[in-house]
Structures are given as C-alpha cells and as structure tokens.
Design a protein around this ligand. Structure first.
Ligand SMILES: Nc1nc2c(ncn2[C@@H]2O[C@H](COP(=O)(O)OP(=O)(O)O)[C@@H](O)[C@H]2O)c(=O)[nH]1
Ligand SMILES: [Mg+2]
Length: 246
C-alpha cells in the first residue's frame, strides 16, 4: 500500500484546488462555496519518484467560519468545530503525513486554531501550508500562522502553482521509508490454483503443462498429499501453479 497524505483544513482554504493540481485533472469539485467537497477523495500521485496517495478531506457542509476576533460576539461556532475536528482526527489516525492547509488571505480563524490544537498532539509529521499567498504582500502576511505552533508555514498558491513544488518536497521527505517490495508485488506473479474433486486429473493437467512428472500422479484418489506450488515462466510472465490435494 502506498503511504497516505491527508490534506486537512477548514472549508474553502483551497484543499481541493491543490488536490486537483496534483492529480492533473479536476477530480475534486472546487467552488467558492465552503464545504463543496462532499466526501473524502483519494488519488494516487508521485513526486521525485516517490508514490503516495493524496486524500482530499471534505464532506463538511459547514457554512461560514468565524474569524478569531469575532468569537464572543457571535458565540461558539459549534458545528464547524466538531466537523473540522472530526476530519482532522480521522487524518491523524489514517494518514502517514498530514498537510494542514490554511488561508493566507483570510488569516487565522477559530477553526484553524482548533485543528492546530489537535495536530500539535500527534507524532505524525504535520506540514503547515499557507495557501492563497498569490503575491508578495500575502507571502509576508503568512508568517502569522507561525503562532499556530506547528512550525514555519510553507507559503503556496495552489492556483498559480508557486511554492507547491517545495510543499511536495517536504511531503516526500516526511514519508515513511520506502517498503522493500515483496517478490509477488514487484514481479506481478499470477497464481493459478488447480482445484476439483479427487481423481479428475488435476495433477495430470499440471504435469502436462510442465512437461515433467512433477506431481505424483496416481489412480488412487487423494494421492496428492498437499497443495504444492510450481513456478514456471510463460510468455515472459511468472506463473505459479498450485496443485491442490483432494
Ligand atoms: N486566490 C486564490 N484562490 C484560491 C487558491 N486556491 C484555491 N483558491 C480558491 O478558493 C476557493 C475554495 O477552493 P477549494 O479548493 O474548493 O477549497 P476547499 O474547500 O479547501 O477544498 C475556490 O474559489 C478556489 O478557486 C489560491 O492559491 N489563490
Ligand atoms: Mg474541497
């Protein structure tokens, strides 16, 4: 299985825009309305030769988020908290690397702080990405996200593509070490089991394929004691024939 990289963050920060940019097509729905991504979307991609699966988290119809300064005036934005938190918790559980996306144009919001509180508690790598930093002024403003306690934000514009390469470099660096692939995975072995009731000719078929008396053939039902595997090359492919007992 490929490592999982989840993009979390409150609605409308640009998660789906980044996801689509990576997958090279419009897979996720991008809209001006917050909460447009209905479900979690998974897409396989690669960068610098490392493959991983990107997850666009969404599915949260939340309405507008409340800027930090307005809490207390407008009361607790209960729903958005619960849902964005749930999304972040799922990512913490499931993902190998978490990209926490915030909006450099909007600045820090309450939902950002709540998610940051959760993410600071995980040991999994968290990369803070300040999106919508489309110009120099915004790139400078983005330093305020440092106060979320998740390190220095990587400043990007998903629409322009600036900084996205650096973000991907960081993602790839944070991935768990590449697994040693097993022989099966790497050579695409096809395993064929020969099954049927005793004495129908399973071993004879196997022998005919192999051209050698590999399996013990007998007229007595049940002579093939155990299932056993024989590896052959056929048209450049590795096949494993499994002669089953019984
Ligand atoms: N200016 C600007 N707008 C962006 C950028 N990335 C996304 N957007 C816009 O932000 C809105 C929400 O984007 P979306 O990807 O749906 O956000 P999501 O809810 O986090 O998935 C859309 O109108 C996007 O076009 C960016 O880098 N710069
Ligand atoms: Mg979305």
């Amino acid at each position: 299985m490929k490592p999982l990289v989840a993009i979390v963050g409150r609605p409308n920060v640009g998660k789906s825009t980044f996801f689509n940019r990576m997958l090279g097509e419009r897979v996720a729905v991008v809209e001006d309305l917050p909460g447009t991504t209905r479900d979690r979307l998974y897409g396989d991609t690669d960068w610098n030769g490392r493959e991983f699966t990107l997850i666009d988290t969404g599915g949260l119809d939340l309405g507008d988020d409340i800027p930090v300064g307005q809490v207390g005036l407008t009361g607790q934005p209960g729903n958005i908290m619960k849902l964005v938190q749930a999304q972040a918790e799922l990512a913490i559980e499931e993902a190998d690397v978490i990209v926490f996306m915030v909006d450099a144009r909007a600045g820090i919001t309450v939902a950002d702080e709540e998610v940051a509180d959760l993410l600071r508690r995980t040991r999994k790598p968290v990369i803070l990405a300040a999106n919508k930093a489309d110009n120099a002024a915004r790139r400078l403003d983005a330093v305020e996200f440092y106060s979320l306690g998740l390190g220095e934000p990587i400043v990007i514009s998903s629409i322009q593509g600036t900084g996205t390469g650096d973000l991907l470099d960081l993602i790839v660096e944070a991935l768990p070490p590449e697994e040693e692939e097993t022989e099966e995975e790497d050579e695409d072995v096809i395993r064929i089991a020969i099954i049927g009731r005793p004495n129908v000719g399973k071993s004879s078929l196997l022998n005919a394929i192999l051209g050698v008396e590999r399996a013990i053939v007998s007229d007595i039902p049940g002579t093939t004691r155990d299932a056993f595997d024989t590896e052959i090359q056929f048209k450049g492919k590795k096949l494993v024939l499994i002669d089953t007992a019984g």
